[in-house]
Design a protein around this ligand. Structure first.
Ligand code: SF4
Length: 375
């Protein structure tokens, strides 16, 4: 099994907190899609076997037209063996999701919709530079269901500037009331060189304190768990059977091909990433000299990658898998460094896996640092 990630680096407007690469200049969108299709053809042998997941991420893939989406999906179907039950996801801004566009997406075989909603408070949405309102988001979820989407994911953000606990609880309740199958919730971070970071530096906004930040995360976990969502990865919650298959493949060492500017690929031995520049990306593909970097992963690097990705999941670290996959020195190192965390109750061992306990989730970064191997 393998996955394909398609990166669409166009946004109608830049959100104030965003440090991802994307452009608001849409004039080259068609050329970009042509280049994407060319890359999909050129790299058809990168992954072997059946493609079980396709994920259109961004940026904002919902800025693409029907023709552009169809061209990319047709290229995938022509060049790869797509499973009949493949999970095909598109990320979307609620503002783009008219009933007509949703019907189009469904007819193109997208069967999972991931909506960047972030908050159900219009003042907060404005402060983040989001272009949709809370009402627009609610309507888009309802319209998506009418269009035939029964697998809908919602993205939320917590620890927003000056946010109160009550506001955050309200956003979670609003999300639950829409009955999405999946909720991703991310802690807002103030990335350097973003307008939000500058506003913080200039004292125009206030970050919430660490205690409130932890309380918001705890409320998220408790409330969604009580509503029947499984906390299957630090930032991800799903109703039973609706865990994101594509994202899960990143956490379980499954190869994936990433096409488009700044997209990453992994084949079990190497990691590569395309240039994060639309112009350079198009030129590289058009001239037959794709602009990308590649990193051959040493055994230590693959071990560290496995720790960072798998520790975040509810399944945790499968100890037998680590024993088979890595040399004795790394396996012994892992066992030695897990032990104190089992003893202090931040990790637990069951069914041959070591996973974060409720307490451990809140200090996962420091546990990760303890388990990572640095020569
Ligand atoms: S829509 Fe997404 S990628 Fe685009 S600016 Fe906003 S957060 Fe960044």
């Amino acid at each position: 099994m393998a996955g394909i990630y398609i990166h669409i680096p166009f946004c109608k407007q830049r959100c104030l907190y965003c440090a991802f690469y994307s452009s608001t200049l849409h004039s080259r969108q068609q050329e970009y899609c042509d280049a994407l299709c060319r890359e999909l053809e050129m790299r058809r042998n990168y992954i072997i076997g059946i493609v079980d997941t396709v994920y259109f991420g961004g940026g904002t893939p919902s800025t693409l037209t029907r023709g552009q989406l169809q061209m990319i999906l047709d290229t995938i179907k022509r060049n790869y063996t797509l499973s009949p039950s493949a999970e095909i996801t598109i990320e979307a801004n609620p503002d783009d999701l008219t009933p007509e566009y949703l019907t189009t997406l469904r007819s193109l075989s997208f069967n999972r919709l991931s909506m960047g909603i972030q908050s159900f408070d219009d003042t907060q949405l404005k402060a983040l530079g989001r272009r949709h309102t809370a009402e627009r988001a609610r309507q888009a979820v309802e319209d998506a269901r009418v269009a035939g989407f029964n697998n809908i994911s919602i993205d939320l953000m917590f620890a927003l500037p000056s946010s109160t606990h009550a506001q955050w609880q309200e956003s979670i309740q609003q999300a639950i009331s829409l009955h999405p199958t999946h909720i991703s919730a991310y802690n807002l971070t103030y990335e350097e060189e973003t307008p939000l970071y500058r506003a913080l530096q200039q004292g125009k906004i206030n970050a919430i304190d660490e205690d409130e930040n932890l309380k918001q995360f705890e409320t998220l976990i408790d409330t969604l768990s009580a509503a029947g969502y499984r906390h299957y990865e630090i930032s991800n919650f799903a109703l039973p059977g609706y865990e994101s298959r594509h994202n899960s493949s990143y956490w379980h060492d499954i190869p994936y091909l990433g096409c488009g500017a700044s997209a990453h690929s992994y084949n079990g031995k190497e990691r590569s990433w395309n240039v994060a520049d639309i112009e350079l990306y198009i030129r590289g593909i058009e001239t037959g000299n794709p602009d990308f970097e590649i990193e051959h992963l040493s055994e230590n690097e693959r071990y560290n990658d496995a720790i960072v990705t798998r520790l975040r999941t509810a399944d945790g670290l499968p100890l037998e898998w680590f024993r088979h996959k890595f040399n004795k020195k790394l396996y012994d190192y892992l066992c030695r460094n897990i032990a104190p965390h089992i003893a202090d109750g931040t990790l637990q061992e069951s069914n041959g896996c070591a996973s974060l306990t409720h307490e451990g989730i809140f200090i996962s970064d420091s546990i990760m640092r303890d388990l990572i191997y640095i020569e």
